[in-house]
Write a protein that binds this ligand. Sequence first.
Ligand code: NOJ
Length: 516
Amino acid sequence: MYQIYPLSFADSNGDGFGDLQGIVEHLDHLAWLGVDGIWLSPITLSPNDDWGYDVADYRAVQPDLGSLADVDRLIDAARALGIRVLLDLVPNHTSEQHPWFVESRSSRGAARRDWYVWADPKPDGSPPNNWISSFGGPAWKLDPVSGQFYMFNHLPQQPDLNWWNDGVRAEFDDILRFWFDRGVAGFRIDVCNLIVKDAELRDNPAATDDDDPGTRALGQRVVFNGNRPEVHDVIRHWREIADSYEAPRVLIGETPVEKSDELARFYGVDGDELHLAFNFPFITAPLDAEPLRLLVEATEALLPSDAWPVWTGSNHDMSRLATRWAGDDERRTKVALMMLLTLRGTPVLYQGDEIGLGDVAVAREQLRDPLGVKYWPVYAGRDAMRTPMHWRDAPGGGFTGPGVVPWLPLGDTARNVADQRSDPGSVLTFTRDLIALRRQHGELRAGSYSTRGAPDGVWVWTRGSRFVVALNLSESDADLDDMTGRISIATDRARDGEALSGSLRLRAWDGVVVER
Ligand code: NOJ
């Protein structure tokens, strides 16, 4: 799968923002690359307080991006190329401008009052409990209209829905069907671990030294404003809706939980919840053999036997893998891509990963992300990983017209699709060839994973009975024994096809796929 951040993929109408028609015009790139499915970050109506993750109408397309007719055209054009289209579903919260919230806040007795999480102040006027928003500060805002607080897990402009309310549940059933009926092949579900809140609004317990770094930084454990066990009933129900369609519909959860057993739980006890769940401990791990191997082993051990892992190294919230994992070193980018594309599971590439696109520095006055605006210079926010795609080395980068100022800076376009397509040694050619190899061999797609012994800094595993993957994630050369067969693909392309009769020397950051 391949994640598209629509605002930054391709601008077809010269307004500096990417759009749906831009995606249609670049489907040939994705088909050539070998992508099976694309997930689009939100395309629905939004005032863009959080760039689409604040939805004002779940059934209408953001006019800057296009129209419903454009979505239909995109689905059809993608289908013709064997590519399925997944959308982003944001069920935890809406925009404060959503008509549901406008109505809900109008009075204590409003018909949709209970669609959001409202509570009285404490006697001293302070918020109803100690919950903290993931974006920092209290998770409550006093609304002068009624004198009650409403609750939000992100920005105050993103009030959280009340998932105990049957009307909310019924509405989302309908939203799922609305898009499934149009031919959408599935959803990536935003913060799907957070949507249900404690019915009694109890205080979160304080973090302890034993907690993971995220929890320690927040200062409290998210056990009552999210991560409720009841969320699984909601997901199980969505799975029933997805499964009621003849052609497969996929649910892939944004599941930012810290432990592999919690992640496993989202696949359902009987495989009846999410089809796929993003593995955040893996994304945030360093590009080191031991921590990554341990995470993969834990995931393999804890996921139900028929569950299917997801491996990803970048998204619109995280520094891009070419920067975070690879420090702009192409050897490391390639070895990271080899890892993603040869582990057992679904690799999800983020737009630009295939050319080794790194983060682009965004000056303070150009910031778009509310988190960057709020926390600069302590935290520059998420704009650096949302900058436009590089299609060509030209003014506008092939993203937009030559005279147009893109919504976020382009950065240096020397690393771009057009140049890399014609370069046999490029990251892009490598990514495409790896995907093609995976397509060619069932064992690379579905064969079991098994770790093999390896020197420090090296990670070696088998896929099925015929393939061995060996990655040297270190700065030193490494010698491996018992490597026989033929190299199908190597990060150093000069070694493709090399016959092995026992030993194999890998240089720093070399990776190989060997067919025995
Ligand atoms: C996770 C999304 O990926 C992020 O971009 C967004 O800000 C939050 N959820 C809130 O929707």
